[in-house]
Design a protein around this ligand. Structure first.
Ligand code: 5AD
Ligand code: SF4
Length: 592
């Protein structure tokens, strides 16, 4: 029979859900049901907790005394010969934690944060002696880095697990058992439900438990299921240098913070990724410097809430001047004080390499004080591109979503951003069919799409998630077919408006960072403009503006000037003028 080796969570709830970081290791024979009961928050009445405390006190009273431990510690030489055959120590030795060249296959689902998590998980396993394989058939360990944001994302994982089951059962005995692990948000959200439902899953590791992967895999080797879904208040993996899964010649993502404190009523993220915490500035700058030395030309600062960044890692940072929220915006949490804020980080990061483009995702509209906007405007290498997730165009729905702003405040922020950063490119997320959304509310969202005319958009049908405030307090009362019809309408309007917005670039000369050959045609190259829109252009010889007379073909990582000749809702096309540098081309869009 399988036993479950697990880490128990302290029984203290952190205000609204995620569990505290106090943990202890149970002996290897811990039983599934008893161990996982420890992961639940205490009941509101605290009855369970009281009972547990009493039980613990009575066990303490009848258990060994302090003297007992002193006695056994002071007289090891008096141990009988039989001591040699006592149980092994209840912890794993360094040797046991080694991967011994076993091959790991990692598969990533969901957002960019998960791509970064995959790199962190791999970095930890590589140090522990595992090898990486991109061939599923030769894997000894398969790890799925999962997403829980919508029901569909989880369904994809359940389907995948069914396919993998066949691999596991068909495996030759001589190759040793195949181990399967669920990492990330789904492990965190469903915990033991996964192990109970799919007996073929061997390990579970939540987003803050990747350092524990070598131990979990070692436990799994002995035939037990192993889990660590502990959330942390301070884990940022600051010292783990991510190993890029598919190294790009041009760009990389750098994680700057984890978790989210916003508690929007529809969102599972605060429950799967825990409380907000920021990685110290110094370690971010060190990583960006290394990437610059490797010749990378673009860094995207990554986090659930990047612009809420707040480095409190040193006491003196708490004297820093406090920053404001965007006008007309509020938070669901108590005002936080001190720390080095996002404007400071952005300033420092952008000074490292003037030839390196800086982007960030995903921000929250509440945290765009003037100093951030000013910096984006002034610094040539900070891209003039802002993601401003609105979620809805109706103030009534925004209130039900607990977004902390009205439609009017949001629109005012859009105007303010456009005044502060001329030519800025804007994108947004929207949810269709949230609880209680009427046709009138939906039309308000349509009108916001028309009014703002975003360059990029990410649109979703609402998917009710357990644990969220909406699950407890609201009714998922918009019919599925209505949600899908509204989503379709939003997509159509978004496309029409984005096409109009992108067409304003036709005739302009834009700076493009070359990524490589276009997927559709071997004779064309593909790159991104400052607004992060894809630009396609013929792969031809051109002049090098920094070395007159030299004729070159553009390579990945080069900056080129492209004259835009046509635009759709997602792509621009043009012809290349010359190779240049970021510094030499301050013209992001210069109509002729
Ligand atoms: N249903 C649908 N979309 C959601 N998002 C977050 N939670 C849900 C949900 N329960 C969307 C939001 C968010 C993006 C990352 O995913 O638009 O900004
Ligand atoms: Fe979810 Fe809102 Fe946090 Fe974004 S800001 S991750 S939508 S809770």
């Amino acid at each position: 029979m399988h036993h479950l080796q697990c880490i128990l969570h302290a029984q203290r709830c952190l205000g609204w859900g995620p569990l505290a970081s106090v943990s202890w290791l149970l002996p290897r024979t811990c039983r599934a049901h008893s161990s996982f009961s420890g992961t639940a928050c205490p009941s509101p009445e605290g009855r369970q907790e009281d009972g547990a405390r009493k039980d613990f006190s009575s066990r303490l009273a009848t258990g060994p005394s302090f003297q007992h431990f002193l006695r056994s510690a002071s007289a090891p030489q008096e141990k009988p010969a039989s001591a040699d055959v006592e149980d092994p120590p209840p912890y794993l030795t360094v040797d046991e934690l080694l991967g011994r060249q076993r091959k790991v296959y990692l598969e990533t689902y969901g957002c960019q944060m998960n791509v970064n998590d995959t790199e962190i998980a791999w970095s930890i396993l590589q140090k522990s002696g595992y090898l990486r394989t991109s061939n599923l058939q030769e894997a000894d360990v398969i790890l799925l880095v999962t997403c829980s944001i919508r029901e569909k994302a989880e369904q994809t994982i359940w389907n995948r697990l069914h396919q993998l089951k066949a691999l596991k059962t068909k495996r030759l005995r001589s190759r040793g058992p195949l181990k399967i692990g669920i990492l990330g948000c789904m492990a965190e959200r469903l915990k033991e439900e996964i192990l109970n439902r799919e007996k073929m899953v061997d390990i579970l590791a939540g987003p803050d438990a990747y350092r524990d992967l070598p131990r979990l895999l070692t436990v799994a080797e002995s035939g037990q299921q192993a889990a660590n879904v502990l959330l942390s208040l301070d884990e940022t993996y600051a010292d783990v240098m991510p190993v890029q899964t598919s190294p790009s010649a041009t760009s990389a993502f750098v994680s700057i913070m984890r978790g989210c404190d916003n508690m929007c009523s529809y969102c599972i993220v605060p429950f799967t990724r825990g409380r907000e915490r920021s990685r110290p500035v110094a370690s971010i700058l060190e990583e960006v410097r290394k990437l610059s030395e490797q010749g990378l030309k673009e860094v995207t600062l990554l986090g659930q809430n990047v612009n809420s960044y707040r480095d409190n890692s040193e006491v003196q940072f708490n004297n820093a001047v406090s920053t404001n929220l965007s006008r007309g915006f509020s938070t669901n949490y108590k005002t936080k004080q001190g720390g080095l804020r996002f404007a400071h980080l952005l300033d420092q990061v952008s000074r490292i390499d003037p030839e390196m483009r800086i982007r960030f995702t995903s921000p929250h509209p509440k945290d765009f004080p003037d100093e951030v906007l000013q910096l984006i405007h002034e610094r040539d290498n900070i891209c003039k591109q802002i993601h401003l997730p609105a979620q809805s165009g109706s103030s009534r729905v925004l209130e039900a979503m607990r977004r902390g702003y009205s439609r009017e405040a949001y629109v005012e922020l859009i105007h303010h951003i456009r005044e502060s950063i001329p030519g800025v490119s804007l994108s947004s997320d929207f949810i269709a069919g949230f609880c209680g959304e009427t046709e009138e509310d939906h039309l308000q969202t349509v009108s916001l799409l028309r009014e703002v005319q975003y360059n990029m958009g990410f649109l979703f049908a609402y998917s009710m998630r357990q644990k969220t405030r909406a699950y407890h307090r609201l009714k998922d009362d918009v019919l599925e077919e209505v949600k899908l019809r509204r989503l379709e309408e939003l997509i159509t309007v978004f496309r029409e408006e984005a096409t109009k917005a992108n067409k304003t670039s036709v005739g302009c000369t834009q700076l493009v960072l070359v990524e490589g050959v276009s997927k559709r045609s071997a004779t064309e190259l593909c790159g991104r403009n400052d607004g992060n829109l894809k630009v396609i252009f013929p792969d031809v010889e051109m002049e090098d503006a920094t070395d007159s007379g030299l004729r070159v073909r553009a390579q990945p990582g080069d900056y080129v000037l492209v004259k835009i000749t046509s635009a759709s809702s997602q792509t621009l096309r043009g012809h290349v003028l010359c190779r240049t540098t970021l510094k030499d081309s301050s013209a992001h869009c210069s109509p002729e």
